[in-house]
Structure formats: structure tokens, C-alpha cells
Ligand binder design. Structure first.
Ligand code: SF4
Length: 337
């Protein structure tokens, strides 16, 4: 499915046609133009031939957790991955990709090992959510809709800034998917320029920082971005964002056995978390070959140290490790060129 092609075909039609089509795609969630009966037959046939609504995709379901991974084939043959996470409280979150691969090179991340191929277009970002919206509709259950979106899939969203924001406006459109800005989060590995730009955005989208290490030496060894934007610059930018927005910021912290989960790391993290609007989200490392996961005991010990120091802490539920859909595991294994 190519949204740009659809817009091009409808460019010479009266304005109300685009409204009808938009409603059919994003509210009725049609997957074939034959179902868009408000359009004249000739136009339906043209759209079917030149801009079909099918999304080329393979789906993998997790046996162990309530997650589904979609491997989407793009028009140029590249593949990207998106994940649907069904939470126990009823929320349905889609984790979307913003790039094919990623150039940031974090050592613990499968996507980082692929390198960056290219940025995704607005349409390619949007179809990831649309695919799962259609999927949930096909299950035929009541209130079975996407509630949250996180930019935590393949790629660094701030390196594809404009297209990510255009896609967010489409997700947020009240005449379409109507997903509230406060239910959308962008996660960055810590690009200060992007955070500064984000701080000026009027929409109340959430900011998350992939921190993963509490000192410069360790962070630079795991995340090359830290050499460009070390921790003092990063924390300054985040505090500036909070001063402007008054909004909470989530710091993702991955617990890697013997690397980031020692007592000294907890103490350093406590020192960094010196703002009441900071929240730490602890993530158990999902093996991608380079490191080992922390033990359950080490995670509890680490979490308790933070809690005792008065830090707000959440712990991410692990989803989809058996289908390589968990955090840091997304990487297409059979990219076609
Ligand atoms: S963790 Fe994020 S920023 Fe780092 S390499 Fe992976 S996808 Fe890129």
C-alpha cells in the first residue's frame, strides 16, 4: 500500500473524495478498494490497479507472550519489523520502526548490527500501525483497537525527524485512527539536537531516552552516540525539555549481566535521576548474541536500590523473545534488494 500514490491519483478529484477515502482507510480499515462503495466503480478499479491497499506482510505469533511481529516487505524489497504488544490491562501498543536498519551501532542491539539502509517514508511508517489496526478489527472483538504507539522499533526516530512527525499527525488525526498524542512515545538513543527540536513541538507526545548506562565510559562503550553527546549534554537537554513541557521523561535502562547491573551502577543512576519528573524503566536484556541477561535476583536487587532512594521505577514486561520481537532484537534476517 502506498499512501502517496493514492493521494496522487485523487489529486484531480473533488476534495470530498479524499475525505471519503481517508475515512475508508483509517476508520473502516478496508483492505480492498472494492469495499469502498462510496467511490465510482471506475475510480475503484483505477485504485485497485495502481494503488492497491494490500500490505505485504508475514506475521509471527509469540507462544510465550501476547505479542505479534509483522515483517513488512516494502516496495523496494527492503523489510522492516513492527510488533503488536497486548498488555494485561487491555492496552494494545504498536512498536513501530522509523528506518530500515540503524546507523547508531549500539552494541547490544540486533538492528544496530545491520547498519542503516535508508529512512522510511511517511506512508511506510503509517502502514505499520494500519496493518495491526486491520488485524485487530478482523478478530471481531469489541473495543479491540490500538491504544498506544511507541517509536522503539528499528532505527533512530530523530534521524528521520520530519517523516516521523508527519506520521504522528496521521495517527493522531481525529477523522482517522484518532490515537491521542499522550499515547504516542518517541524513544531516542540520546541525540541532543533532536531532543532540542522535540522540546519546541506543540503536540504532547512522550519522550523516552534509551540510557542503558549511568557513566560516560560505560555508555560510550555500549552506545557510540555517547561520544557525540555525552551524559552532561544529554541530561541538560532533557531538563530543558522538562522546563518547557512540564512533562515526565522515561529513561530506559537495560540490565546486562555484569555490565550494567552492579551496585555501583545503581548508585550512579540514582545520582543522575535528580528530577522528580524522571522515571526509570528497567528492561531485562534480551539476548542478541553479544551479552547475557541479568538474573532475576540481580534485577530485584537493582530495582530495590533505586526504590529505596526514592526513584520512580517501572519494569518492562518481556514480550516476544521467542520470535525475536523483544526490545533490541528487531533485525530483518532476509533483506532483499
Ligand atoms: S538501540 Fe536503537 S539507536 Fe541503538 S542501534 Fe538499536 S535501533 Fe539504533
Amino acid at each position: 500500500m502506498n499512501i502517496d500514490k493514492i493521494k496522487l491519483i485523487l489529486a484531480d478529484e473533488p476534495a470530498y473524495r479524499m475525505k471519503q477515502v481517508w475515512h475508508s482507510i483509517f476508520v473502516d480499515l478496508i483492505d480492498s478498494w472494492d469495499k469502498c462503495t462510496t467511490l465510482p466503480k471506475v475510480l475503484r478499479e483505477k485504485l485497485n490497479a495502481e494503488a492497491p491497499l494490500e500490505i505485504a506482510c508475514e506475521v509471527f505469533g509469540s507462544q510465550k507472550s501476547r505479542s505479534l511481529k509483522a515483517l513488512i516487505t516494502l516496495e523496494d524489497g527492503n523489510k522492516i519489523e513492527s510488533v503488536l504488544l497486548s498488555h494485561r490491562d487491555g492496552r494494545k501498543t504498536v512498536c513501530v520502526s522509523s528506518q530500515v536498519g540503524c546507523s547508531m551501532g549500539c552494541t547490544f542491539c540486533a538492528t544496530g548490527k545491520m547498519g542503516r539502509e535508508r529512512n522510511l517514508t511517511v506512508g511506510e511508517i503509517v502502514v505499520q500501525v494500519l496493518f495491526f489496526a486491520r488485524y485487530l478489527k478482523s478478530e471481531g472483538k469489541e473495543n479491540n483497537r490500538i491504544t498506544n504507539i511507541v517509536f522503539m522499533g528499528m532505527g533512530e526516530p530523530f534521524l528521520n525527524y520530519d517523516n516521523v512527525w508527519k506520521a504522528i499527525r496521521i495517527y493522531n488525526d481525529k477523522d482517522g485512527l484518532n490515537i491521542g498524542a499522550r499515547h504516542i512515545s518517541i524513544s531516542t538513543c540520546g541525540l541532543v539536537e533532536g531532543i532540542n527540536k522535540f522540546a519546541k513541538e506543540p503536540m504532547q507526545v512522550n519522550l523516552a531516552i534509551s540510557l542503558h548506562a549511568p557513566n560516560d565510559e560505560l555508555r560510550s562503550s555500549l552506545m557510540p552516540v555517547n561520544r557525540l553527546n555525552p551524559l552532561d549534554e544529554l541530561m541538560f537537554a532533557v531538563k530543558n525539555y522538562i522546563a518547557k513541557s512540564g512533562r515526565q521523561v522515561m529513561f530506559e535502562y537495560m540490565l546486562i549481566d555484569g555490565v550494567t547491573d552492579k551496585e555501583i551502577h545503581a548508585k550512579q543512576l540514582i545520582e543522575l535521576m535528580d528530577n522528580k519528573l524522571f522515571v526509570v524503566n528497567l528492561i531485562r536484556y534480551n539476548p542478541t548474541g553479544s551479552h547475557k541477561s541479568s538474573s532475576a535476583t540481580a534485577i530485584i536487587r537493582f530495582k530495590n536500590l533505586l526504590l529505596r532512594a526514592g526513584i520512580k521505577v517501572t519494569q518492562r514486561q518481556t514480550f516476544g523473545t521467542d520470535i525475536d520481537a523483544a526490545c533490541g532484537q528487531l533485525a530483518t534476517k532476509n533483506k532483499k534488494k
